[in-house]
Ligand binder design. Structure first.
Ligand code: SF4
Length: 283
């Protein structure tokens, strides 16, 4: 029996293009709620004023179709591809990049990508995207797009801890990355953390963790506790909105974990600003 589902890659291009435009103008509901929550919790007057301006900015961005931030990011795309799917009509990776090009050019979004890290010519269409593929059961394709601004990306870190550093070492790593980021990461921040795996696996988990809805928690009981404890500790740093002091430095800490080697304890901290853009679509 043939269970293969055919998907034309043009459908992927169209989906990616419209998602790039949508995600840069309309912050997801979880992040809007997180910002409302931050406004209600903030104790400093100045902090409250800044959060109020950020909330107003979201309204203007949505109503007047102006990007939420001038840095419309490098497009990070997670593709979860059902193993019963067969793509037709061209190369999948080309189709994803064509969607990014179409979205950023037709949506008048800032083009922030250079063709080479040293030679640095702007590609003028925000391609290529950074694409992560995984193959999953089923016949659907889930696309998650998370345009990443580099004010906060530049403050992110990977720590190769030793097993003896244990959970206290992990807590110190997270706190020290956030302290170093300070106002440069455009707080209030969302903190993505990856614990375990290898050097690259923990970095990838920390990026993926940022796409999880703010306000939700890990299913692993001790990780959930760690998320709550770290959010409290980060907010006690009083970096505050825009780094001008206050009780809300971060709105969420999202942690993913994975088995690791007997000799290591990798930890990655991917810092995101208050514009933690993420959007999903299932085809
Ligand atoms: S870090 Fe975020 S808020 Fe700051 S400039 Fe970049 S995208 Fe905008």
């Amino acid at each position: 029996m043939n269970n293969i589902r055919e998907i034309n890659v043009k459908e992927i291009t169209e989906a990616v293009a419209s998602m790039c435009i949508e995600v840069n103008h309309n912050l997801s509901e979880d992040m809007r709620c997180a910002l409302d929550d931050a406004f209600n919790k903030e104790s400093s007057e100045l902090g409250k004023q800044i959060l109020d301006q950020l909330k107003q900015n979201l309204v203007i961005a949505k109503e007047e179709m102006i990007p939420i931030c001038q840095d419309t990011g490098m497009a990070v795309v997670f593709m979860e591809i059902g193993q019963e799917v067969h793509f037709e009509g061209g190369n999948l990776e080309d189709a994803i990049n064509e969607g990014v090009r179409k979205g950023y050019v037709e949506g008048f979004l800032r083009k922030s990508v250079v063709d080479d890290p040293i030679i640095r010519n702007n590609t003028k269409d925000n391609t290529p995207a950074v694409i992560h593929y995984s193959v999953v059961p089923g016949d659907k394709v889930k696309i998650t797009i998370s345009p990443k601004g580099f004010g906060s990306e530049n403050m992110s870190k990977v720590y190769m801890l030793k097993p003896a550093d244990g959970i206290e070492g992990v807590k110190n790593a997270i706190l020290s990355a956030v302290k170093d980021a300070g106002p440069n990461a455009c707080p209030p921040m969302v903190i993505g953390v990856g614990i375990g795996g290898t050097f690259e696996k923990c970095a990838l988990m920390s990026k993926h963790a940022l796409t999880r809805k703010a306000g939700t928690h890990s299913d692993v009981p001790y990780i959930k506790e760690l998320e709550e404890e770290m959010l409290e500790k980060i907010n006690a740093l009083e970096i505050g909105p825009a780094g001008l002091g206050g009780s809300v430095t971060a709105m969420a800490v999202n942690i993913e974990s994975y088995p690791t080697h007997i000799a290591g304890l990798p930890v990655a901290v991917n810092i995101c600003c208050h514009v933690n853009r993420h959007i999903e679509r299932v085809i």
